[in-house]
Write a protein of this length. Structure first.
Ligand code: ATP
Ligand code: MG
Ligand code: MG
Ligand code: MG
Length: 440
């Protein structure tokens, strides 16, 4: 992509309404624009990041055996009346009437709908277990939408649902998702800590929230610092080995970690020695629940067992805040000059900077690098404009692409270009050929 043809509405000054760094940087870099309270447009740069986050989530869901579907944003109130949540959900639910005066709503979550879909699509025990998920916009009329996409009213969520014949099998589905979540966050460069959590309006008894640490997080967290050194990525875990997976999950949850809602000060002090106690703040980036027959019972989600007996299905639900993650990743990865994108979610991998646009030699070298990198499948944002060099550097630092490739007449005279690592700030002089090899 050439900057001269892109839509990159960078703000010169810090927006006044932004209280936290991710919100400020997302507005300044033109990733998002607020359309009304808690409702955002995703502009080109932000949209690319959102799609990358979504794709990582999708790949890890698929890897865990979940199957993707897409349910609508607008739901009928009928199923919600059956589950009893139409009244329980309260003011957070955006209620709508259609032209026939039918009660509709903008879905805040999808337990009812997916349970009904599953119920109508299966007959017997042979059709289980299954997990279905979708990645779809939700609406919750939050009292205080704030911090940009971190607490929006309209937000993108991955929500998945498992269907099993028994509580034990349901537990295994829960464990698979638990592991998929750890993998998902890790791929985005985040350390997410699983914490025991309350189940809230969704109900049930087994539940964990995944939190990433940030001073601006809305949850207070208490945990054993051992979590910060725990490296589960090297553990060999087979998803189909029920006992093995349970053992691994037991280990990942063996240390104390709880949000304020579940925190037990006495237990914290007994289980964790003083030097290892951490009390900080965190951002909830995912939440998993196992709630058994809470929805399948009222909604009649029953299949025939081996001997013809009816079995009420056991379910769990599994949410990831896809749009919140865009903000959360910035909270975890930025410096005084701007965003520092982890490569896996960066809008482009490389920012190619032409220091003397209009100079035939420099233009040619840049065009050549641009073509070669694109040809090798590398995503490049090429600043081919006639802005001053200083302004170009500042914008590239601000938008935080992992690599900057700087091409100017002086370097080229020696056959060299400069490769800068945004995160470390290290600069290296390399030949254009080497630059391509390094980045491809
Ligand atoms: P919170 O405690 O932040 O209000 P929640 O517990 O109400 O979140 P869940 O019902 O657990 O949210 O939804 C699953 C995930 O969706 C959350 O872990 C979070 O990452 C994301 N999420 C929830 N509400 C919002 C929101 N208003 N804006 C952006 N993401 C959200
Ligand atoms: Mg909430
Ligand atoms: Mg919560
Ligand atoms: Mg939650």
């Amino acid at each position: 992509m050439r900057v001269s043809r892109y839509f990159l509405p960078i703000l010169r000054d810090d927006p006044k309404e932004a209280e936290i760094v991710s919100h400020r940087l997302m507005l300044r870099t033109g990733m998002i624009r607020q359309e009304s309270a808690g409702i955002y447009s995703w502009l080109p740069l932000g949209f690319r990041v959102l799609k990358k986050i979504e794709q990582i989530v999708r790949e890890e869901q698929n890897r865990a055996g979940a199957i993707e579907v897409l349910m609508p944003t607008i739901q009928s109130a009928d199923l919600w009346r059956k589950s009893g949540r139409y009244d329980d959900y309260g003011a957070e639910m955006l209620r709508i009437k259609d032209r026939h005066e039918r009660d509709m709503l903008y879905g805040p979550t999808n337990e009812e709908m997916i349970t009904d879909i599953f119920r109508s699509g299966v007959q017997s025990y042979k059709d289980l277990p299954r997990s279905l998920y979708h990645i779809q916009w939700k609406f919750r009329d939050e009292i205080r939408p704030r911090f940009g996409v971190m607490r929006g009213r309209e937000f993108l969520m991955k929500d998945g649902y498992s269907f099993d014949l028994s509580a034990e099998e349901g537990r295994h589905s829960y464990n698979k998702m638990f592991l998929a979540y750890l993998r998902t966050y890790k791929r985005m460069g985040l350390t997410a800590i699983p914490m025991r959590a309350e189940t809230g309006p969704i109900g049930g008894d087994l539940s964990h929230e995944f939190l990433i640490l940030a001073d601006t997080g809305e949850s207070e967290v208490f945990f054993d610092r051992g979590y910060l050194d725990m490296d589960w990525t090297t553990a060999k875990i087979d998803n189909d080995d029920v006992a093995g997976l349970q053992g691994a999950i037991d280990e990942f949850t063996s240390l104390y970690a709880a949000t304020d809602e579940m925190h037990d000060a006495a237990e914290f002090e007994t289980r964790v020695e003083a030097g290892r106690r951490v009390n900080g703040r965190g951002i909830e980036v995912g939440h998993i629940f196992f709630f058994g027959t809470k929805y399948s019972e009222p909604l009649g989600c029953v299949v025939q067992g081996r001997d013809g007996e009816p079995i009420t299905i056991h379910s769990g639900s599994y949410g990831i805040g896809v749009s919140r993650l865009a903000g959360a990743i910035i909270e975890a990865s930025h410096d005084e000059n701007g965003i520092v994108w982890p490569e896996a979610v960066a809008p482009f991998k490389v920012g190619l900077i032409n220091l003397k646009a209009g100079d035939a030699t420099v233009d040619k070298a840049c065009e050549d690098l641009y073509a070669k990198l694109e040809g090798a499948g590398v995503e490049v944002l090429y600043d081919d404009t006639e802005e001053r060099a200083g302004a170009k550097f500042a914008v590239m630092d601000l938008i935080g692409l992992p690599w900057q490739l700087v091409v100017g007449p002086r370097g080229l005279a020696d056959g060299m270009v400069e490769l800068k690592n945004r995160k470390t700030g290290e600069r290296e002089s390399v030949s254009p050929e080497d630059a391509v090899t390094r980045l491809a």
